[in-house]
Design a protein around this ligand. Structure first.
Ligand code: FAD
Length: 407
């Protein structure tokens, strides 16, 4: 028997294997992953792990014994080619794996900074456990830290460094932090919070070069002619989907592997899930970029893994989970339910260090950004899932019972 072969032993791929077994799937499951470790969680890499509050063991998705007990074969190898006619996957160790069903859960990789000096020692990125270990060691002796990109990972890293009393400057091309993902109101609260922690920002600034001295990073040069001394640089300017394996096999890709509502590619024997896919969702209705999205989140990876496993175990259903996400930055916990874009309207509930921004598109609630307001976030997930009507006036009214609307 060939069974299910899963490429990518990350959050989505591992969840598929776990959920298949939980659903009673009895056939062979082979998990192919190109990292040396057991499957682990990435979010703590820029939070508790970086801050030294948990160890590598604490990152594991399941203990080592789980794989053997559940007959999940873990192959540490890189998948290089798919022969769709023969139903075989070729690995870089020379093996050819036959499959009945192939799952592509290859994730994403960091976008690289296309400037001279970006490969100097001392210039880091953060995606894997190896990256986090290198950063943890580098922080110990760093004096001047520059972060390129005020996205979630850059800001989480900045918060951890600032918490250790280190000097951090964040350079960002947009005019505010997390500009693509949150409202102006949330951006502003985080700018103030980071500045209070000692983080300095340079907005509307582009990086044109990274300079070295004695073979390692010494400064970051901006388009405006600024020269920021740096002995540690973290580049966090977004990710690109790992779609090349699918593309080489002739499957449609466009900023992600294209899949249908059941998470299937155009080949009925191949499905794809997680960071590497673009899929249709009702939660993107009315968005300027169309209703197909690529989402980089643990929620999406887990829920797609579960949904796909259910189909492979004989209980097909369209994927319809509400997107949600979180980010921890210093004392601030940001939780986002739904999907928004910069032009969506914003209504605030709460104030100070605990508030939510309700986002409206075409008069309908499309997303809620909650800062230190976990109850609002949980209610928002339910309200969006159920498609309940909420007016901007109700959202802003502290007396309006969100929880009641969510039940
Ligand atoms: P991944 O978990 O990246 O797994 C893909 C795996 O496939 C990788 O191990 C990769 O090496 C492997 N692979 C790729 N190509 C091949 C191949 N050809 N052969 C074999 N193996 C291959 N999300 C949140 O919701 N909240 C957070 O707070 C948060 N924080 C994050 C912090 C960091 C530092 C990072 C990096 C991510 C964070 N995320 C967060 C995002 C979240 O971790 C990802 O969305 C999630 O891991 C996606 O799961 P995935 O399985 O699609 O991809």
């Amino acid at each position: 028997m060939s069974g299910v072969v899963i490429v990518g032993a990350g959050q989505a791929g591992f969840q598929t294997a776990v959920s298949l077994r939980e659903a009673g799937f009895a056939d062979v499951i082979t998990l192919v992953g190109d990292e040396q470790t057991l499957p682990y969680q990435r979010p703590p890499l820029s939070k508790a792990y970086l801050a030294g509050k948990t160890d590598a063991e604490g990152l594991l998705l399941r203990p080592a014994s789980y794989l053997a007990e559940h007959r999940i074969v873990h192959r540490r190898a890189r998948a290089c080619a798919i022969d769709r006619d023969a139903g075989r996957l070729t690995l870089d160790d020379g093996a050819d794996l036959p499959y009945d069903h192939l799952v592509l859960a290859t994730g994403s990789r960091n976008r690289s900074l296309p400037v001279p000096g970006a490969d100097l020692p001392g210039v880091h990125q953060l995606r894997s456990l190896d990256d986090a270990d290198a950063l943890r060691a580098a922080i110990e002796s760093a004096k001047n830290i520059v972060v390129v990109g005020a996205g979630f990972i850059g800001l989480e890293f900045a918060a951890v460094c600032a918490g250790r009393g280190l000097a951090v400057t964040v350079i960002e091309a947009a005019d505010r932090p997390m500009a693509r993902a949150v409202s102006v109101e949330t951006s502003e609260a985080f700018r103030i919070a980071h500045e209070a922690m000692g983080v300095a920002f340079r907005f509307r600034a582009g990086v044109v070069a990274i300079e070295g001295r004695d073979g390692r990073v010494a400064a970051v040069v901006t388009a405006e002619g600024g020269r920021l001394p740096a002995d540690l640089v973290l580049v966090g300017i977004g990710v690109v989907p790992n779609q090349e394996l699918a593309e080489r096999a002739g499957l449609p890709v466009r900023d992600g592997i294209e899949i249908d509502p059941f998470l299937a590619t155009t080949d009925p024997a191949i499905s794809a899930i997680g960071d590497c896919v673009r899929f249709p969702t009702r939660f993107a209705a009315g968005m300027s970029r169309g209703d197909r999205v690529r989402i980089e989140s643990v929620q999406n990876a887990i829920d797609q893994g579960r949904c796909l496993a259910a189909r492979l175990a004989g209980r097909p259903a369209a994927y319809d989970a509400v997107p949600w996400f979180w980010s921890d930055q210093g004392r601030y916990k940001l939780q986002i339910a739904g999907l928004s874009e910069p032009d969506d309207g914003a209504v605030i509930r709460g104030s100070g260090e605990a508030f939510s921004v309700f986002r409206f598109r075409d008069g309908r609630l499309c997303a809620v950004e909650s800062v230190n307001r976990g109850a609002d976030h949980m209610a928002a997930r339910r309200i969006l899932t159920l498609g309940r009507g909420l007016t901007p006036a109700q959202a802003a009214d502290p007396a309006f019972d969100l929880k009641a609307l969510a039940t």
